[in-house]
Design a protein. Structure first.
Length: 301
């Protein structure tokens, strides 16, 4: 937190140019002293490069420069979030890619489940909720829920974003999610990362050429909620420019109990397919800096 306060002070007093130098410095530091981050980034970018679409986006085979750019993209996203959270919106523009559906649902007061990813900046939903008066609930690990809510309150007590704490040992979160949907609100779950200690509750799917674990919970939940399910992303496309992306995954409707497991697997496959597409389109915007495919050094060499 001290580093963020210092970065905020630099931005307020000196502007973007000195902050960009700080961001580059932080990126080089992590490249030099975080071998897991460096190794994981390189392996991921090599998987993207293996596809024709990925080669078009990356332009050259991944090397150490690509890894630094990947880390820098993550760092500059954090900086942009800090600036926007602070209310300084003059230098930022948002374009919407099929986002009209969420506004139509909001007008009809129909809730929806939004499946996000660690691709881009889902936190910018705070900005969208304030600008368009959307009620958005973000599912986070239960240890972090209270802290996240205090953070949003500090930014703006009138903001319509709230955190729902997810405790794997309790069904309380499921009831809270259902209540939000029934009130016509939106619930966001990041569905591309398995929670620590939850490996027994995951499914494997082919993603960027290899089998990778994904949490089963978000996709099973979709089968019992009578609401639309969409993929939601917010991706940085250039200096001060972001694109919100929404894609429909399934319409409203409660799946029969006997078909829920099959439906969850089909929904997972559709989500993973879209995630792969956007990783190939925006390769530097996916921020999972760990051994996502559970590779060993020997198998990945």
């Amino acid at each position: 937190m001290g580093a963020l306060h210092f970065a905020g002070w630099v931005h307020r007093h000196f502007g973007r140019r000195p902050m960009r130098l700080l961001v580059w410095g932080a990126s080089l530091y992590f490249f030099a002293f975080a071998p897991i981050v460096r190794r994981s980034s390189r392996r991921y970018l090599e998987r993207v490069w293996a596809s024709p679409e990925g080669r078009v986006a990356l332009r050259r085979a991944p090397d150490w420069r690509s890894v630094i750019k990947h880390i820098y993209t993550f760092a500059i996203n954090i900086y942009d979030r800090m600036v926007i959270w602070g209310g300084d919106l003059e230098d930022y523009a948002f374009e919407h890619d099929r986002s009209g559906e969420i506004f139509e649902l909001a007008q009809k007061k129909q809730g929806a489940l939004l499946l996000g990813a660690h691709l881009g900046s889902f936190e910018l939903l705070w900005f969208l909720s304030r600008k368009y008066d959307l009620a958005i609930n973000v599912v986070v690990f239960y240890q972090n829920a209270e802290q996240v809510n205090r953070f949003f309150d500090a930014l703006d007590p009138n903001v319509h974003v709230r955190a729902i704490g997810l405790d794997p040992t309790s069904v309380q979160a499921a009831f809270e999610i259902k209540a939000c949907i029934d009130r016509g609100e939106f619930v966001v779950i990041l569905a591309d990362r398995v929670a620590p200690g939850e490996r027994s509750r995951c499914s494997h799917a082919m993603f960027l050429g290899g089998s990778a674990p994904f949490p089963t919970g978000p996709f099973a939940l979709a089968g019992v909620l009578d609401c639309p399910v969409l993929m939601a992303l917010c991706v940085r496309t250039g200096e001060g420019h972001y694109r919100t992306v929404l894609r429909s995954l399934c319409e409203a409707g409660r799946a029969p109990r006997a078909e829920r497991e099959k439906g969850a697997q089909e929904l997972l496959a559709k989500y993973v397919g879209l995630l792969e597409t956007y990783c190939q389109q925006f390769p530097y915007a996916w921020f999972n800096f760990f051994d996502f495919w559970e590779e060993t050094p020997e198998s990945a060499s």
